[in-house]
Design a protein around this ligand. Structure first.
Ligand SMILES: *[C@@H]1O[C@H](CO)[C@@H](O)[C@H](O)[C@H]1NC(C)=O
Ligand SMILES: *[C@@H]1O[C@H](CO)[C@@H](O)[C@H](O)[C@H]1NC(C)=O
Ligand SMILES: *[C@@H]1O[C@H](CO)[C@@H](O)[C@H](O)[C@H]1NC(C)=O
Ligand SMILES: *[C@@H]1O[C@H](CO)[C@@H](O)[C@H](O)[C@H]1NC(C)=O
Ligand SMILES: *[C@@H]1O[C@H](CO)[C@@H](O)[C@H](O)[C@H]1NC(C)=O
Ligand SMILES: *[C@@H]1O[C@H](CO)[C@@H](O)[C@H](O)[C@H]1NC(C)=O
Ligand SMILES: *[C@@H]1O[C@H](CO)[C@@H](O)[C@H](O)[C@H]1NC(C)=O
Length: 401
């Protein structure tokens, strides 16, 4: 096997090396893209050309097969076929007894905040050493804040080859939703025209309630509850779920109840899509699900929402103090044209928000990446993003009032 180790050299040199190695390959743009997205100084990287490969890539799921993302996708090769993946030559199992662990092309270790036993938290052991061609994948949908109580990330150095998460720098993106333009090239003039047209949409007048919030975790790292408490001094906020005195449906955040969303759409102008943690890139179904409905989300989170949604389609609470936000919401509430303008994009974009969509993209992409030419990589550490070094910040109280 031809192997080339690149350790802590400049990104420019790295790119040149990859260029040399990948010249002639049709997948060059893909490699560069993946590399540009994931290359960081704390990783050591090896580029190698691999010999003949097993046409079906085998994937072992390390616990977590109860998670809804996994159930939605399914197991076996049939899952990749049923989900209409571009690459279907993958086979995923959760049965550790089928083969010795070194056999698999990928071992996907699920990091969960729902596990209850030590057994579920235990990392795979490689008694016969690591298979150098195998990818051990760090998989999570949870924020570092949620994982903190369960895992000590400092112990996991030089262990993972890839990440599969909602982070934009993930090797395999596993993001909660996607809002994509139906036409690839929406010009500024067109957007302006659509916005003008939307002003006569007439969605506002029939609704006579202001803001709704459905919430089951009442004390959060993000301190969203403090923000809402302050906000509700200035405008009406109806709180549904465990933290309020109104109810719509059980656990509405996780199981869509159409009636509940119908109720929101016909009564409320705004919905508070507030995340429980203010962590980089962390934007969940709380946002995407609402974007798929006819109600205007007010967001509170640390992701760059402009990367996820069309311009002028949501309101970012993080940019305002609660009192100022209330003033702006009142202005929109009183002015139907201004309110309706926020819905200009509805006919021109497609929203994906379901667990099925998320899982389909994620696992199909994992399969595809396993078939792409080998770029060997491993994470020296993950603690700086997923452990104690994480960038999750509670909202600063001084910004509240
Ligand atoms: C974790 O996976 C192993 C192997 O499939 C299984 O035996 C064990 O029961 C799982 N642990 C839990 C608690 O789900
Ligand atoms: C896959 O494609 C078939 C045929 O076009 C379609 O009926 C099916 O709904 C698709 N499945 C998914 C999960 O998109
Ligand atoms: C797991 O695989 C082993 C070996 O192939 C098999 O004997 C066992 O029945 C499988 N377990 C499950 C739950 O399918
Ligand atoms: C996590 O692991 C590191 C390295 O083994 C250790 O130094 C540290 O004390 C552990 N932290 C906790 C909170 O257990
Ligand atoms: C608006 O409020 C009035 C009285 O407060 C109520 O009678 C009416 O049904 C409400 N309209 C809608 C669309 O909910
Ligand atoms: C619900 O709580 C709000 C704020 O605490 C209060 O103003 C309102 O009267 C309560 N509604 C009901 C139906 O108890
Ligand atoms: C995966 O990471 C391990 C541990 O750092 C390393 O030995 C191995 O070469 C890496 N494999 C690939 C395919 O990246």
């Amino acid at each position: 096997m031809l192997g080339l180790a690149i350790n802590k050299i400049s990104p420019v040199k790295t790119v040149i090396l990859i260029l040399l190695i990948a010249v002639g390959s049709l997948v060059l743009p893909n490699i560069l893209l993946h590399f540009a997205l994931s290359s960081k100084p704390h990783q050591s990287t090896t580029v190698q050309l691999r010999p003949q490969q097993n046409p079906i890539k085998s994937i072992l799921l390390w616990n977590g097969s109860d998670r809804k993302e996994v159930r939605a996708f399914g197991l076996g090769q049939q899952a990749f076929i049923n989900q209409n993946c571009t690459y279907t030559q993958c086979d995923m199992t959760d049965n550790r007894s089928e083969h010795p662990i070194e056999h698999y092309d990928a071992v996907v270790v699920v990091f969960n905040d729902e596990f209850t036993s030590e057994d579920q938290l235990r990392m795979p052991q490689f008694k016969n050493g690591r298979n150098p061609n195998q990818r051990v994948v760090f998989f999570t949908q949870e924020s570092p804040v949620a994982l903190k109580a369960y895992y000590n990330m400092t112990e996991l150095s030089n262990f993972f080859n890839w990440t599969m998460t909602y982070r934009t720098n993930a090797d395999v993106p596993f993001i909660y939703g996607r809002i994509t333009a139906k036409s690839i090239d929406l010009k500024a003039e067109e957007i302006a025209r659509f916005r003008g047209k939307a002003r006569r949409r007439g969605a506002g007048p029939s609704r006579n309630k202001t803001a709704a919030w459905m919430v089951s975790h009442c004390n959060t790292h993000s301190q969203r509850e403090t923000y809402v408490k302050e906000l509700s001094k200035h405008i009406d906020v109806d709180i549904y779920g465990g933290c309020g005195n109104l109810s719509c449906a059980l656990d509405v955040l996780h199981h869509s109840d159409p009636q509940c969303y119908d109720m929101l759409e016909s009564n409320y102008k705004f919905y508070l899509s507030f995340e429980n943690s203010l962590c980089p890139d962390y934007v969940t179904e709380k946002f995407f699900k609402i974007m798929a409905h006819d109600i205007l989300p007010v967001v509170y989170g640390a992701a760059d929402y402009t990367k996820h949604a069309p311009p002028h389609s949501f309101i970012d609470a993080g940019k305002w103090k609660p009192r100022e936000l209330a003033t702006y919401l009142k202005l929109l509430d009183a002015n139907d044209a201004l309110y309706d303008e926020y819905f200009w994009w509805k006919d021109h974009y497609r929203v994906e928000f379901s667990v099925n969509d998320m899982s389909r993209h994620g696992f199909c992409d994992l399969c595809q990446k396993l078939h792409e030419p080998a770029i060997s990589k491993s994470y020296k550490e993950l603690a700086s993003e997923w452990g104690d070094g994480n960038q999750c910040k509670p909202f600063h109280p001084s910004t509240i009032s």
